[in-house]
Each structure stands twice: as structure tokens, then as C-alpha cells.
Design a protein around this ligand. Structure first.
Ligand code: FES
Length: 113
């Protein structure tokens, strides 16, 4: 099954349910990573935290490594962000990327990049 995914720039693409978002969106890395992180990331291991996104819609439950990585700075526990390399779509999604090297700057005074 494929699901429609709205990327941060408004482009809509389809992603397979069994693939994580990072793998599904390889052609759109400029929207998943901050400019600096495009060359410096863990390649989907779930350890760097730079693929963090706000995902509005239904996604798979957070993995253990995802919970671990989003639990310490610069991420903040309970931020609501998810890691594209760990999350699999379970329905239509809207993705938002926040500013900061890790895409971590979600808050009242932050804005999408
Ligand atoms: S690519 Fe490093 S945590 Fe997702």
C-alpha cells in the first residue's frame, strides 16, 4: 500500500507503507535534512537525529533507538518530532522541517526553514 506524503515545500509524493520515510524520500533529501546535515548524518541508523520532522498523520510507533535519540539535546523529550529514518507511514502525512542543524527548533518562536 502507498500513502500520499506532503513534503515541506508542498510537493506530494507517494511512499510505500513498508519503507521508512528516509528510504522512500531519497530524491528529496534537501527537505529532510538541514543544509549542513545533508553531508553529515548517520545514514539511517537513528543515532544522529538530523532527520527529525514533524509528521502530521499516522505513522509507525517510535523505535527504541528513535526514543533514545530524541530524548537528549539538542532534541527535547516530548517535542512531537519523529525521525524519518525510523518512521513508516500508515496513512497520508504532512511533513514539516524546522530550523537548526538537527531540525530541532520547534517552538513558539521558531519557524520552518
Ligand atoms: S539519519 Fe540519522 S537519525 Fe535519521
Amino acid at each position: 500500500m502507498k500513502h500520499k506524503i506532503e513534503l515541506p515545500n508542498g510537493t506530494v509524493v507517494e511512499c510505500a507503507e513498508q519503507q521508512n520515510l528516509r528510504d522512500s524520500l531519497r530524491d528529496y533529501w534537501d527537505q529532510l535534512y538541514s543544509p549542513g546535515a545533508r553531508l553529515f548524518h548517520c545514514r539511517g541508523m537513528g543515532t544522529c537525529g538530523t532527520c527529525a520532522l514533524l509528521m502530521e498523520g499516522e505513522v509507525s510507533a517510535p523505535t527504541k533507538v528513535e526514543q533514545w535519540r530524541l530524548g537528549f539535546p539538542p532534541h527535547v523529550p516530548g517535542s512531537g518530532l519523529r525521525l524519518a529514518c525510523q518512521a513508516r507511514p500508515k496513512g497520508p502525512l504532512k511533513l514539516t522541517k524546522f530550523s537548526g542543524f538537527w531540525g530541532q527548533n520547534r517552538g513558539p518562536h521558531s519557524s520552518p526553514r
